[in-house]
Design a binder for this molecule. Structure first.
Ligand code: IMP
Ligand code: MG
Length: 186
């Protein structure tokens, strides 16, 4: 994998902005769910991992975490088609739990919509979505999103959990891929 600096278009969300927004989301969630038992954060692997681990440290009320993984088949690997498959399911019963789904990004909405449909059948006490990024212009299916970190334009982004062809999830910021530069050097 080539060095990301060769195709980084711009830094869309720098580390300090990410962290201060995540702290705000943590406070909001702590306030909204105060006094309720059975709060469960479900992270969608793999993109949501960095967001989850930072967010949970800003949530001041007791909660548990679980993981799910989903794969979606699309046109190339940068599009979602709407065919979503659960590749790692939960090991716990979510009945009567207050569930927050933690996602890296909502694009077409197909992925989160499929997960919401599945989890709804399991009768949680409540179910909502917390996404770090939202590309609202790209939405193909309507999904209710309770917490959003940042609304972003329709650009391919990477870093802070999001990958460019499986790499660079570790970057502490959200960067825009200059696709022309990325593809020309491939
Ligand atoms: P959706 O089903 O179209 O909403 O797609 C959501 C999933 O697509 C996310 O969980 C990401 O894995 C992936 N995705 C969408 N946009 C981007 C992007 O700009 N960079 C990296 N991954 C993305
Ligand atoms: Mg993802």
């Amino acid at each position: 994998m080539r060095d990301y600096r060769e195709y980084l278009g711009e830094i869309l969300v720098p580390e300090d902005k990410l962290q201060s927004r995540i702290a705000e989301l943590g406070s909001e969630i702590s306030r909204d769910f105060a006094g309720l038992d059975n709060l469960l954060l479900i992270c969608i692997l793999r993109g949501g991992v960095l967001f989850l681990t930072d967010l949970m440290r800003k949530i001041t009320i007791p909660h548990a975490i679980e993981f799910m993984a989903v794969s979606s088949y699309g046109v190339g690997n940068r599009e979602t088609s709407g065919h979503v498959r659960i590749t790692l399911d939960l090991n716990v019963d979510i009945r009567d739990k207050h569930v927050i789904l933690v996602e890296d990004i909502i694009d077409s909405g197909h992925t989160i919509s499929a997960v919401l449909d599945l989890l709804t059948t399991r009768k949680p006490a409540s179910l909502c979505v917390c996404t770090l990024l939202d590309k609202a212009d790209r939405r193909e299916v309507n999904v209710p999103v309770k917490y959003t970190g940042f609304s972003i334009p329709n650009k391919f982004v990477f870093g802070y959990g999001l990958d460019i062809d499986d790499y660079y999830r570790n970057l502490p910021f959200i960067g825009v891929v200059d696709l022309e530069k990325y593809q020309s050097g491939a």
